[in-house]
Design a protein around this ligand. Structure first.
Ligand code: PEP
Ligand code: MG
Length: 547
């Protein structure tokens, strides 16, 4: 019987097809006495060989060279002579193949964990290899993302980066997870790949593998047991809408010509080609953390100039909003030694780092200024995690001292949203980071899947705070953008515009659908939808008012 499961849509689009669950790690069976050690060893060796071969096949298929390298490195560990000796010894001591493999990996695991550093980080790979080998021995599907050789909708409790490293978009046509929120890894991955996705969808793992489903990434609904004919009709309609969206180019605007800049979020120059493909009008969020991550030392001035120059040059005269270092909490940086904070999300993060290390900000601003002068780019600079007028004033002064023309701040803390009008007296623009603004408005960790409903960007309280910023922007005649994940929701885009938002910055794949959504509404529609959404009693009501 057909059933409708409801979650939170995090990437718009329709996916129709059989649903398959990510296979869980196998439990070790009860030990079996070994009568023929040689045969048992052959069995164990064949299982390890199959794991190596399977990882090799995945590496061959991987579109990304780094992913292929990671998979090959993992395969090498399963091919290790010492590991095989360990398995043989345990079998000689009377253990069956699954337990011998488990025991041999446990010894390696302990040694890796004790060694610390890079080796300790490989412990998860060892666990994955053990699970795979044991699954082969038990005749169970390999844990991880299925590869059935045909398109399917992937269901999981949640997806970790390792699960999705080599996810094949030709086979996986949609994602649905039982937990996870709008800013979870699953949501970010789905938007990067342009895959229709629903998160926080209870009950989805109870649906048997192979059930035909219709997933709607805009409404967050997953209908089970649809017929193939129904599924095909829905997929065709969605394909037509997507095709229409992709033919629409040019600046973002409503049907009556009210302009809304559509910008891309990038982490480095590598992302610029996809921004170009999506006809982005510029960069609305250049996250500079990438250059600083995994570094024992701060990158040098020259390294920074080169990285910023690459993006500025690639954008050839279009606007680039670059964000100064957003370190701390979910983005810890080794050289800042921030260990030991009792509550990192409320600790020294974002612009607050400059209280302790003003030199890091000064160097970064100097590097941005130098890259700008070498390229003549239209560079706007903004700071993350600003809470007060004093912080905004200090940052704007530092930006101007560096010779940079445009200073802005991100609105990620409710205190800053409430005082947006004050902030706009000292900065040139605001950019609302809805991922953090949700987290701090609802006191709900942005990584906590169990609280996904609180992190829903349709929450009226969040929209109300965005409206305060939008009104302040209208009054001051200054731009107010959104660069958090909320900007990528085509249904929400008109509401944000109605609230006074003048630009939307998102993962490049989301730009086409958002452009199409705005083109289908007048500016007056947007204002009306915004009023309805803010007046709604809850997130579902706000969403329904726009559907
Ligand atoms: C945000 O908080 O919405 C944002 C865009 O910043 P980040 O996700 O990098 O914290
Ligand atoms: Mg943020």
């Amino acid at each position: 019987m057909s059933e409708v499961l409801t979650g939170i849509g995090v990437c718009a689009g329709i996916a129709a097809g059989p649903m398959l669950r990510i296979a869980a790690a196998p439990a070790l069976p009860a030990p079996v006495p070994v009568t023929d050690a040689a045969a048992e060893y052959t069995r164990a060796e064949a299982a390890l060989a199959e794991v190596v071969a399977e990882l090799g096949r995945r590496a061959d298929r991987a579109a990304d060279a780094t992913v292929a390298e990671v998979l090959r490195a993992e395969a090498l560990m399963a091919d290790d002579e010492e590991l095989r000796d360990g398995v043989r010894e345990l079998i000689d001591d009377g253990h069956d193949a699954p337990h011998a493999i488990d025991g041999a990996f446990a010894t390696f695991r302990e040694a890796f964990a004790a060694a610390g550093g890079y080796l300790a980080e490989r412990v998860a790979d060892l666990d994955d290899l053990r699970d795979r080998a044991v699954a082969v021995l038990l005749g169970l599907p390999m844990p991880g993302v299925p590869a059935p050789g045909h398109p399917y909708v992937l269901a999981a409790r949640d997806l970790a980066p390792a699960d999705t490293a080599d996810l094949d978009p030709d086979q996986v046509i949609g994602l649905v997870t039982e937990v996870g929120g709008p800013t979870s890894h699953t949501a970010i991955l789905a938007r990067a790949l342009g895959l229709p996705a629903v998160v926080a969808c209870p009950g989805v793992l109870a649906v048997p593998d192979g059930t035909f489903v219709l997933l709607d990434g805009a409404s967050g609904q997953v209908r089970t047991d649809v017929t193939e004919v129904e599924a095909k009709a829905a997929a065709e309609e969605a394909a037509q809408v997507a095709a229409a969206a992709s033919t629409l180019t040019g600046p973002g605007q409503t049907s009556d010509g009210y302009g809304v800049k559509l910008l891309a979020n990038v982490g480095s120059a590598k992302n610029v080609p996809s921004a170009d493909e999506a006809h982005a009008e510029g960069i609305g969020l250049f996250r500079t953390e990438l250059l600083f991550l995994d570094r024992a030392q701060e990158p040098t001035m020259d390294e920074q100039v080169a990285a910023y120059r690459d993006v500025f040059t690639a954008m050839a005269g279009r606007r680039v909003v670059i964000r100064t270092l957003d370190a701390g909490a979910d983005k810890p940086l080794p050289f800042l030694n921030q260990d030991g904070e009792p509550n990192p999300a409320l600790g020294v993060r974002g612009l607050r780092v400059a209280r302790q290390r003003p030199d890091v900000l000064t160097t970064q601003l100097a590097a941005i200024a130098e890259a700008r002068s070498q390229t003549g780019a239209d560079v706007w600079v903004m700071a993350p995690m600003v809470s007060t007028l004093a912080e905004a004033t200090g940052f704007a002064a530092a930006v101007r001292d560096a010779g940079l023309p445009k200073a802005g701040v991100m609105i990620e803390v409710p205190a800053a949203a409430l005082r947006a009008a004050d902030l706009l007296r000292v900065v040139d623009f605001l950019s609302i980071g809805t991922n953090d603004l949700s987290q701090y408005t609802f006191a709900a960790d942005r990584m906590c899947g169990d609280l996904a409903d609180l992190l829903d960007p349709w929450q009226p309280a969040l929209l109300q705070l965005i409206g305060v910023c939008g009104e302040a922007g209208r009054a001051a005649g200054k731009p107010v953008g959104v660069c958090g994940e909320a900007a990528a929701d085509p249904l929400l885009a008109p509401v944000l515009v109605g609230l006074g938002v003048t630009s939307l910055s998102m993962s490049p794949r989301a730009i086409g659908p958002v452009r199409a959504a705005l083109a289908a509404r007048t500016e007056a529609d947007c204002r009306r939808l915004a009023e309805l959404a803010v007046a709604a009693p809850d997130a579902d009501g706000a969403r329904r008012a726009s559907s």
